[in-house]
Design a protein around this ligand. Structure first.
Ligand SMILES: Cc1cc2nc3c(=O)[nH]c(=O)nc-3n(C[C@H](O)[C@H](O)[C@H](O)COP(=O)(O)OP(=O)(O)OC[C@H]3O[C@@H](n4cnc5c(N)ncnc54)[C@H](O)[C@@H]3O)c2cc1C
Length: 318
């Protein structure tokens, strides 16, 4: 069994999501090869080789400075041809899902996207992905080789061992792209920094409409002296700015107290708040996955509980 990881770099360092792939691959056992692409990536390649990435193939070329699916696919295909892996893993990130799909098409290989676990079963691999707000697990098998999968960031912990690997260069000469990178736009940093908050009250789609954030949730936020957070659908709908979003594509928070109000607990949300010291969840669905991480779960209608809680907090504060 040989696994090839396609890693990612952010601000010169190996991304946490890549180290999570290392954990997953090492649990499966066998040989491990990692590929990194970019320009001036020597330090990141060394870092990955020291953090368990096995043999790291570094495709270091000016043409790879910014991600383009054409150029990176060519590099990944070279690595796959050289290594003949049984399993190819990428993170379920914008780069990962773009690249993995192209690789699957180019190799006519089977792909499982957005998986949270991979299990060995009778000599075969089973790819597990969550369905219907994590109420069901789909168990997928892929025919042929290599099998390709993208893995949800946060689905397992980052590898923390220090097994020394090696770095080899991967030929990136002659790589071309029909896509031209124009610019990277980063959202301006807002004043709402949840990463430093001690108390966060987050609202989800269960609040039903934007007015309820103002009329139902905000009084509790103010009574507690907390900061307001939100799940992604709330932000996508334009009810609150992006800086309020908690989760894999929002802010990663670790307050002393996190209240999840009307939030189902999709893995992408859990990634952003599961390290909170104490989690209280209010949800009318007793099977909501948020209860799996909650220290205290309240199965109730938020429109009854939140005003009552606000009143109790205000009364306690005198
Ligand atoms: C690549 C990617 C990145 C993502 N990044 C993020 C991210 O960063 N953050 C994030 O949050 N999501 C993210 N998502 C979306 C995520 O998968 C979920 O869709 C989202 O978290 C669901 O938000 P929600 O819990 O508010 O809504 P829902 O899943 O619709 O849940 C609403 C909940 O409210 C409950 N409810 C309804 N009415 C009431 C009531 N009256 N009283 C009490 N409970 C009630 C329901 O039972 C339900 O559990 C991402 C998805 C993808 C694919």
């Amino acid at each position: 069994m040989k696994t090839l990881i396609f890693g990612e770099i952010s601000k010169g360092s190996v991304r946490e999501a890549t180290l999570e792939l290392v954990t997953l691959a090492r649990r499966l056992g066998g040989d491990l090869v990692s590929v990194l692409a970019g320009s001036g990536i020597g330090a990141a390649a060394e870092e990955l080789s020291k953090k368990g990435g096995g043999k790291v193939l570094a495709a270091d070329d000016a043409a790879l400075e910014n991600y383009t699916s054409d150029a990176w696919t060519q590099v990944a295909l070279r690595a796959i041809e050289a290594e003949s892996p049984d399993l190819v893993l990428a993170s379920n990130t914008p780069i990962g899902w773009d690249l993995a799909g192209k690789l699957a098409a180019a190799l006519d290989a089977g792909i499982a996207t957005d998986v949270v676990r991979i299990e060995e079963d009778g000599g075969d691999l089973v790819f597990i992905k969550r369905m219907f707000n994590a109420k069901f697990d789909a168990r997928l098998r892929i025919e042929g080789s290599p099998r390709i999968a993208t893995v949800q960031p946060g689905a397992c912990e980052a590898y923390e061992g220090s097994d020394a690997g090696s770095v080899e260069s991967l030929d990136a000469s002659g790589v071309t792209s029909r896509t031209e990178f124009k610019e990277l736009r980063t959202a301006a940093a807002g004043g709402h920094d949840l990463t430093k908050a001690d108390l966060i009250v987050s609202g989800g789609r269960g609040l039903q409409k934007p007015e309820n954030f103002e009329e139902v949730l905000k009084p509790l936020v103010e009574a507690l002296g907390a900061q307001m957070g939100a799940s992604r659908p709330v932000v996508d709908a334009g009810w609150l700015p992006h800086e309020y979003q908690v989760g894999s594509s929002g802010q990663i928070v670790a307050p002393k107290l996190y209240l999840a109000i009307g939030i189902s607990g999709a893995i992408q949300h859990l990634v952003g708040m599961k390290n909170s010291n104490y989690i209280i969840a209010v949800n009318k669905d007793p099977d909501a996955p948020i209860f799996e991480v909650a220290d205290l779960g309240v199965v109730a209608d938020l429109f009854e509980i939140v005003p009552a809680l606000t009143q109790a907090v205000s009364a306690a504060k005198g």
